[in-house]
Design a protein around this ligand. Sequence first.
Ligand code: ADP
Length: 484
Amino acid sequence: MSPFSDPLALQTGLFIDGAWRNATAGATFPVENPATHEVIARVADGSAEDAVLAIEAAGRAQAEWSKSTPRERADILRRAFDLVIANTDRLAAIMTAEMGKPLAEARGEVAYGAEFLRWFSEEAVRIGGDNTTSVDGSTRIVITKEPVGPCVLVTPWNFPLAMGARKIAPAIAAGCTMVFKPAELTPLTSLALVDIFKQAGLPGGVLNVVTTSSAASVVEPWMSSGIARKISFTGSTEVGKILLRQAAENVMRSSMELGGNAPFIVLADADLERAVDGAMKAKMRNMGEACTAANRFFVHRSIVDEFSGKLSKRMSELRVGNGALDGTEVGPLIEQAGLDKVETLVADAVLKGARVLTGGSRPEGPGYFYAPTVLVDVPADSKLMDTEIFGPVAAVTAFDSEDEAVRMANDTAWGLVGYVFTENMDKALRFSKALEVGMVGLNTGLVSNSAAPFGGIKQSGLGREGGKIGIDEFLEYKYTAIAG
Ligand code: ADP
């Protein structure tokens, strides 16, 4: 038996119509600790048949759930927030065991994810509407908002609690029912979160969860069911495109939080200490496994050596190890494929002329660890300039003119976030405007928080999560024309 099953009270089943159950075929799949390769639990391996049961439950529950009052929904979210906070240590331990991030970061994610529950508990009672008249004064126009209907939620493994919370909370606030498929690499945190919603009093059928080792065989039946009215997806651009094609068939509302290729620009006048601090956060949060991670560093030639030297020193001092151990600052990558990808990208850049200032290798022993790495003189044709690295590798390139920095930053199909470091207000505003992204970090390496409309442009996605407009993704506007 897993050492985690007792103290952490792991849920490992499917959750359909308000009850935990096994997969219909009784199948399970293993969840591995990426620091040790230990199998920490086996989780129900849902099939297409289970998927149908789940979407039918969500469909049945929608009519009643649409009638729930805003205050009821707000209270459920608020109770869930309190329970998540009360369970911080347990949730963080589960997250670290299945995902690898250091415990301190896992606790940080619990707090960050919980905030979406509190934020949307506050938004649930402020959905409101509008009231106006036609321009000729002949008609009164009353605008109301209604839940979109049953939603398909699909989340990635890198933020196992926050990505689920950021979708489930606005869906509950808006009055939508859901079918939810968490990432197969990190299902345990999501299942613990779902159990918290059960304890918080969420009615049966509102939130249904199917874990599976075969994503397409569960999600495709949901997309083609004709019951689901919306898809909210966070993951790769590649899978996002597949789901958008499937969404087209039933003309489903679509929210897509896809990949990024964030530029991190340091202008000649930047406060270097601040820029290095920002770089450490933008690069190393979550071991670099974040769509918001700084992927390409563009630094003015006059300061590039000093910046790279300071960054390299800070990176080399980080303690890499099992995230469950005290003092660990950098955990393992999620799986062998991620590690192979990072190794290949670094080898390609070095072959093309990049120099390694620190790191550039993986340590001996078990676990998918990679050393924090700084590469300089990274040529523009290196694969990592156009690939999400998703690992602890900072690739630094010098620029001479600010126009060149903007051009290089925008030379990508993605447009999620860009970071700019400068002490000059005029330049700061100019860069914020010129960057083709949905979010700008100005003298900060962190852009994610519940009050902000998170999201990207270009191939980084559609729609926004969080902030005042986050709930709109789960609402339809209806207007009634009243003859005046
Ligand atoms: P990542 O590269 O971060 O793992 P993915 O886009 O592969 O991103 O995965 C994000 C989520 O999408 C996961 O829950 C995964 O299981 C799911 N997924 C992967 N392939 C498909 C698919 N063909 N259809 C639906 N969901 C998928």
